[in-house]
Design a protein around this ligand. Sequence first.
Ligand code: PSU
Ligand code: MN
Length: 309
Amino acid sequence: MTPAPVHIAFTVSAEVADALKDRRPVVALESTIISHGLPRPRNHEAAKEFEQILRDAGVTPATIAVLDGVPQIGLDADGVRRIAQEDLAKASVRDLPMLAASGASGATTVAATAHLACLAGVRVFATGGLGGVHRGASSTFDESADLSTLAVTPVTVVSAGVKSVLDIAATLERLETLSVPVVGYRTTVFPSFWLTESAFTIDWSVETAAQVAAIMRSRDALGLGQGMVVANPIPRHQQWDPIEHDRVLIEALDAADAAGMHGKAVTPFLLGFIVSASQGRSLEVNLDLARNNVRLAAEIAIEWSALGA
Ligand code: PSU
Ligand code: MN
């Protein structure tokens, strides 16, 4: 009788596995932002640059994607090229078992990346913007699985808040309901991705990466299984022109409506529309804020590993 095929649940790259074994700092990076959030060929440069920022800080990058059915925590150079150049499915948590069982590939969202990072023991994650509650969600029920996943996944996500294409107030309410801590990095105003500020304040802020690591340790000690959002605003001198932002945002939301966008196509559609309608100006801001988030995540991971947790 032939033995049943051995099913590989997920793989951790040698580099990431070594770093985790030695308790050296590791930061997870998502692949949907590369495959679906940034245009080619800048997306490939960005994927390599985010990894390099981490390496320069002495932190091991763990870019996460599903390749040929295998969730991978830590990609080699060819894996990074594939997430940038191949037409990969956008994969949230619920897509993982189908990709794995069918041998297909997928770019992981914040939700799926956070889940896989946690499986491997990576506790700090940098992205651009977290998904959230979409405008009109009271009738469409469109709320990103990023939120419900963070409620059950103890990963610290560094994000420039959420995009103004979303319903920011509703997103903050849902994070409260789901008991996901939100702390501002040197601010009590929740950022809105391309802009330094939104109209909403948050209760807690920290001044240092070490404070974030201390909160993570307390969270673990209290037996809480939630993740945490570190809201890192883009510095004011780097933000997108608010007037152009407001104009393009309205155009983008109208275009998504007119095109009948729904489900997981909404976010990539809006991002693509906004990049072209702003002649790439929003893209530069998007890259700047993502770099800032990667740098802060590196500091947090270093402090976290210093705690020996
Ligand atoms: N924010 C960005 N760029 C992105 C995304 C969010 O700045 O590419 C992606 C992330 O992968 C996030 C996903 O998890 O969009 C949310 O999609 P949805 O709204 O369909 O859950
Ligand atoms: Mn959705």
